[in-house]
Design a protein around this ligand. Sequence first.
Ligand code: 8YV
Length: 330
Amino acid sequence: MKKRPVVVVTRRLPDVIETRMRELFDTRLNLEDKPLSRQELVDAVALADVLVPTLTDEIDADLLAKAGPDLKLIANFGNGIDHIDVPAALARGITVTNTPGVLTEDTADMAMALILAVARRIPEGSRIVPDGEWAGWSPTWMLGRRITGKRLGIVGMGRIGQALARRAKAFGLSIHYHNRRHVPARIEQELEATYWESLDQMLARMDIVSVNCPHTPATFHLLSARRLKLMKADAILVNTARGEVIDETALTRLIEAGAIAGAGLDVFEEEPAVNPRLLKLARQHKVVLLPHMGSATQEGRVDMGEKVIVNIKSFIDGHKPPDRVLLSML
Ligand code: 8YV
């Protein structure tokens, strides 16, 4: 690859990152902060040596077929790579990288915040005061649910799942998890975590369930209607991973029917479009909905940008970039 490759960045990034990228590479920025149209993406892959997309760009096989011969690296700004057809990219000899690690703590904070927000009715309370509906304190008013002593089931015990487990343990929750395999014994001991090989059995026993696995073909609707029905009627479900992991229509129906107590969702199947019935449940304070802001901290975005730069530089220097996505990870 050329020493000063054409790097096409599809969205605005923090100033400090854009400046650094302009110094290092022949960087082409999208100066409007909105996703590129399909035609603009086609033009981008035709021009680029390196493409820096985000989760709002659909990098599918059709698009990759229109890439120019120079496109050799897709350095994703983000951890999740479900918007990229990785097998198609690798088959064309295009390396794919992501930004793991640097958004772990922020996303785990948001999962914990959603647990507290739903259990302790924080958004509802914070609306009542400014809306002038606070008539005075009452012993039986605005009662939430205690989280201390409850069981948290984590679906997907990777970096973010473990970071959430550490927080939840400090809040007095007992930690349970379902994962393709056990985490190392040292971590299981530190977290006093119980491994459930059967997701079905775990779901039936948990007070709170948090989704922390990536969206892959194997995890699409992992929390299917059948599995969601196994959850306790007083349980809470939290998702800071990807909307597609949960059958959102089934979840909505079960909350409407009182078969699941509530949910805290930062991600949606068709985001930014959200099922109107979920919006109604939010107005009834049965769910807390956030606009995919799990990793949205100023520091995190700079860290992600730095990771993207490290991956590009490593690739230019002829190395295998540190955050290469491999088929075995999908
Ligand atoms: C990022 C995310 O904001 O990294 C991820 O997988 O879902 C988000 O937190 C996004 O990917 C930026 O492209």
